[in-house]
Design a protein around this ligand. Structure first.
Ligand code: NDP
Length: 333
């Protein structure tokens, strides 16, 4: 299976190129960059045969089966629509788009064309999160009453570009991290938030965009969810907790790109450590995508998952901007 990278990005060079190449029979044939020189250097550095500044040229290549879109967020929609039109399978970065209607359009167009469309929500591929979901689904903590997500990190220096100063490119911690937390909570609880309240702030990095946000979500079951995302917390560490009528799950350092961290369960009989697989998150995501392309199952996170995580993030931003509770609009999907 031949891939094209749409975007000469750091996430591709850091994780996804290796994850594609870890799949048997998968190779990367070309990379799109808006800058000819950067594209050429990127292709050379990563052993990719061709680079181009012309999306149509890449999509016209009948040998390309799938594209991985990891440009800045405002480009995902037009590039995905063109790739769908060309009949390519798509793994698209989060957030899928800048608006809900654009994201819904992408997912509906992919369905109509019969191509696989996936969202790169890596966290649900982590061994830690798979173990947590199994504990919740098997009733180990009883009825879930609440969840708390700790996702306040220190944005690395090399990522302090469009994320902190360009709202039009999709900057801000809400499109960057709240989407992941929305997907992760949906993955664990199997339900979609109905209403949110939130406060956002600029706490040292944001220039015209929020760099910190706290929000509380109401779930259909009645469970309450509290989340904290930030770019400005060097020592906070990440984590997630689920508290139920029979027990609580605690996980630390698991809101990350690497297969690290710890999970433990606390119940009437005390504390019990939970073991989990330490496979590479992105390799698993690409593996599920590859299987879906040959008609075997669905991607780890599909297009509908991407629409829903975006819907929650947009509601959080609206709630923070307007200082009122906002019902989450899922765009009819
Ligand atoms: P980058 O800033 O690395 O790349 C985005 C675009 O910026 C690229 O497409 C490229 O444009 C341009 N660019 C890259 N490097 C440079 C450079 N050195 N100088 C000038 N321009 C450059 O973004 P990320 O990789 O951090 O994020 C890309 C997408 O992936 C976003 O949608 C983000 O939300 C998502 N993401 C997802 C993660 C996940 O785990 N699921 C983790 C990190 C990001 P061009 O292609 O035109 O050359």
């Amino acid at each position: 299976m031949k891939w094209a990278l749409i975007g000469a990005s750091r996430i591709a060079s850091g994780y996804v190129i290796d994850a594609i190449r870890a799949q048997s029979g998968h190779e990367i044939a070309s990379v799109l960059s808006s800058d000819e020189g950067r594209g050429r250097d990127y292709a050379e550095t990563h052993g990719i045969a061709r680079s181009s500044t012309d999306l149509d040229e890449i999509l016209a290549d009948p040998e390309i089966d799938a594209v991985y879109i990891s440009t800045t967020n405002e480009k995902h929609h037009p590039q995905a629509m063109a790739a769908i039109d060309a009949g390519k399978h798509i793994l698209c970065e989060k957030p899928l788009a800048m608006t809900l209607s654009d994201a819904v359009e992408m997912v509906r167009a992919a369905e109509a064309k019969g191509v696989v469309f996936a969202t790169n929500h890596h966290l649900r591929n982590a061994g830690s999160h798979l173990a947590i979901r199994d504990l919740i689904a098997s009733g180990r903590i009883g009825e879930v009453l609440s969840a708390r997500v700790f996702h306040a990190v220190n944005l690395p220096e090399h990522l302090r570009g469009w994320r902190i100063n360009d709202r039009a490119a999709g900057g801000g911690v809400i499109p960057d991290i709240t989407v992941h937390d929305a997907d992760t909570v949906r993955f664990h609880l199997g339900e979609d938030p109905v209403e949110v309240v939130a406060q956002s702030a600029v706490s040292g990095l944001g220039q015209g965009v929020e760099d910190s946000v706290m929000s509380v979500w109401k779930m259909p079951s009645g469970a309450m969810v509290q989340t904290h995302e930030s770019f400005t917390h060097p020592h906070a560490g990440t984590g997630i907790e689920f508290h139920g009528t029979k027990g609580s799950i605690f996980a630390r350092d698991v809101m990350t790109q690497r297969p690290v961290g710890g999970v433990w369960l606390v119940g009437p009989n005390g504390r019990q450590d939970v073991s989990f697989d330490d496979h590479n998150l992105y390799v698993r995501a690409l593996g599920e995508f590859a299987k879906a392309v040959v008609g075997n199952g669905r991607p780890a996170a599909d297009g509908v998952d991407g629409v829903k995580s975006l819907a929650v993030a947009l509601a959080v931003r609206e709630a923070a901007d307007q200082g009122r509770a906002v019902r989450v609009d899922y765009g009819g999907i």
